[in-house]
Design a protein around this ligand. Structure first.
Ligand code: ZN
Length: 352
């Protein structure tokens, strides 16, 4: 008797105990890794690819609310995404590579078979589809027509593909980048991703930068919540919880942020989110260790304040701002001390 395979869906792979950063690693290494293998050899049906993208998105967000659209997630980090890839677009890039292998008559058995049975003496760019063609041949010709329509003619395609070779090998990832929609780079990419950040801190900072964290003001606008009061300063004056209030206009978080800025001896101070992000994007983009440390502090502060807010709402646990500052400092120092710190900075860090 044959065993029925267990149905794989986003519920059985909910990953609720994983952080967003952990889920991204699983998507990259396992789910999209398997898909990459298959698409390097076959053109998969569009519905299968759309289903893969849908399942990956559901797994990443773990709820019905997808905080950021999959299209945005699939953009490069430099242009504001998470650097994952779209199954649909990857398959398209893999199909272009297949077309190119047929065009250049690579010494492979399946390519000889395609030339012997379908192309005959014609170039792949001139072959007309026939009723007797296999599904795979029809898909290759369909992709060919899409590619030629997109790039205008074969010569333009030659030029683009010539830039996708590395040591004589054509890389699907290079083709993918060449056909991806180009957008302007974002000034805050280094602030969010650069340096010594914990991946989970970067992820929360990325969501905060895009204003996509599920803060109470957004949940009220979606009619999910009615009470939009900030839980960090609820005992004093009632304020509405928004991204800008949490980081760092709130009485609680401004105390934490000012204390951390004093700790790292900032010459410049602000608790206004837009000013902080602009200042970081303009002044802290370099590779120097101190700049990395300051970028790390912003991601750490945003992560820990968001975590404190969640603990107060979901676990009814509250810490004082001084306790939170201590936690942030410990987490930063424990990461920094495991890095290759320049000798002249070790004494400075030891004094912190
Ligand atoms: Zn507040």
């Amino acid at each position: 008797m044959r065993c029925q395979p267990r149905q794989l869906n986003c519920r059985s792979l909910s990953g609720k105990n994983l952080s967003y950063a952990g889920r991204i690693q699983l998507i990259k290494t396992v789910i999209l890794g398997i898909q990459t293998y298959w698409t390097s050899n076959y053109i998969l049906p569009i519905r299968v690819l759309e289903k893969i993208d849908m399942l990956c998105s559901a797994f990443l967000w773990g709820s019905k609310i997808h905080l950021v659209s999959w299209i945005e997630v699939c953009k490069d980090k430099k242009i504001g995404g998470l650097g994952l890839f779209s199954s649909k677009l990857w398959n398209y890039a893999a199909a272009i590579k297949m077309l190119w292998m047929i065009h250049s008559k690579k010494d492979l058995l399946w390519i000889k078979w395609v030339h012997g049975n379908y192309s005959k003496q014609q170039e792949i760019w001139q072959v007309q589809p026939r009723k007797s063609d296999s599904w795979m041949q029809r898909q290759i010709l369909r992709v060919r027509d899409l590619v030629l329509r997109r790039f205008g003619n074969v010569y333009n395609l030659h030029r683009i593909i010539a830039n996708c070779h590395n040591n004589g090998t054509m890389k699907i990832s290079s083709v993918y980048n060449a056909i991806s929609q180009s957008s302007a780079t974002v000034p805050w990419a280094k602030t969010v991703w650069g340096g010594l950040h914990y991946p989970k801190h970067s992820m929360i900072l990325w969501l905060a930068t895009l204003s996509k964290l599920p803060t109470k003001d957004r949940l009220c606008r979606m009619c999910i919540l009615e009470n939009n009061q900030c839980v960090l300063c609820a005992d004093s004056v009632s304020h509405q919880e928004s991204r800008n209030h949490l980081f760092f206009e709130c009485q609680f978080s401004s105390y934490v942020w000012n204390n951390l800025m004093a700790w790292l001896k900032y010459s410049w101070r602000s608790c206004c989110w837009n000013q902080v992000l602009r200042w970081y994007s303009n002044n802290l983009r370099g590779l120097g260790f101190r700049k990395k440390l300051k970028r790390m502090m912003l991601s750490g502060a945003v992560y820990w304040i968001w975590k404190e807010r969640n603990q107060r709402i979901f676990q009814q646990k509250a810490r004082s701002p001084d306790q939170l500052i201590k936690e942030i400092k410990i987490s930063l120092l424990s990461k920094v001390l495991n890095e290759d710190v320049p000798e002249y900075l070790k004494e400075e860090i030891a004094k912190l």
